[in-house]
Ligand binder design. Structure first.
Ligand SMILES: NC(=O)c1ccc[n+]([C@@H]2O[C@H](COP(=O)([O-])OP(=O)(O)OC[C@H]3O[C@@H](n4cnc5c(N)ncnc54)[C@H](O)[C@@H]3O)[C@@H](O)[C@H]2O)c1
Length: 269
């Protein structure tokens, strides 16, 4: 066995995404928008997807340069395939996929009351499963063949601590996010030999429009923050930084993992 005599790479160079094309789903606001901005700042051309075209366009315009707003419902396989075709024509093949769209989906709100699981109907589960699990598979499938063919790709799936440790108020969401993590691990194993890595980032509470109804309640926020050793909720740039790292060459030997970004709310061993 010979040991490498290569010079130590410079981290800043490994984080450079110049020449890469990224697709961030649900990037019209919140964590996805911050991630799109950060990937672009590292040099990537970024396709900003959202269900709502005006959100996607607004974020792409704010990024400027080689950013492109692309409307699609990530739960619709035909719409996602058409979106990927558009991205390939306008920006080039997708090197980086960030499966970010989640929560209760585009047409439901995380603020909607969810019945206790034992009182729920299977029809109550669909919005959570569609966006947090099926949508992740649909978007991944749409770009993975190209990544495998080109011998390079990065997939980062945004899950929740609910999917790692379980949330009593978010039972179906917890299951769907855990499913997305299991799927991402299996993709890592299948596509690893083809130069594709796949990882998850698991979030605690992050200040985005999705939880505006909770943030509006000062007492709730004060109580919630006590569960976070760093003494605050997350900002969208907190997960965006790790997602950008995992999308870069710096993370070439990291795959099939789930990393919490949660201010210490829960721990991973
Ligand atoms: N905010 C939090 O506290 C928190 C906590 C844990 C996990 N997460 C996860 O982080 C990710 C981002 O959360 P956020 O709070 O930034 O989200 P958000 O709800 O604020 O924004 C999500 C964006 O996704 C878009 N979207 C929804 N359904 C879509 C679909 N079917 N197709 C395309 N776009 C769609 C929405 O229009 C919206 O603009 C989600 O996966 C969420 O589950 C968030």
């Amino acid at each position: 066995m010979t040991l490498s005599t290569e010079p130590t790479p410079v981290l800043g160079e490994l984080l450079d995404l110049t020449g890469r094309v990224a697709l961030v789903t649900g990037a019209g606001q919140g964590v996805g928008a911050a991630t799109a901005h950060m990937l672009a700042a590292q040099g990537a051309a970024v396709a900003v997807n959202d269900f709502f075209p005006e959100r996607a366009e607004q974020v792409a315009a704010a990024i400027g340069g080689r950013a492109l707003g692309v409307q699609a419902d990530v739960c619709d396989p035909a719409g996602v395939a058409a979106m990927v075709d558009t991205i390939e024509c306008e920006l080039g093949p997708v090197d980086i996929l960030v499966n970010n769209a989640g929560n209760a989906g585009a047409t439901h709100s995380a603020a909607d009351r969810t019945p206790a699981f034992w009182e729920s109907q299977p029809s109550d589960w669909a919005p959570w499963i569609d966006i947090n699990f099926t949508g992740v598979m649909i978007a991944t499938r749409a770009v993975l063949a190209g990544m495998v063919h080109r011998g390079h790709g990065r997939i980062v799936t945004v899950i929740s601590d609910a999917g790692r440790i379980g949330e009593a108020d978010l039972i179906v969401y917890s299951g769907a996010k855990a499913g997305a993590a299991g799927f991402t691990r299996a993709i890592a194993k299948a596509a690893g030999p083809h130069g594709v890595t796949a990882n998850c980032v698991a979030l605690g509470g992050v200040r985005t429009p999705a939880i505006a109804h909770l943030l509006a309640n000062e007492e709730f926020v004060k109580r919630a923050v006590r569960a976070y050793p760093v003494g605050r909720l997350g900002e969208p740039t907190d997960p965006a930084a790790l997602i950008t790292f995992l999308a870069s060459d710096a993370a070439a030997w990291i795959t099939a993992q789930t990393y919490p970004v949660n201010g210490g709310f829960s721990v991973a061993l």
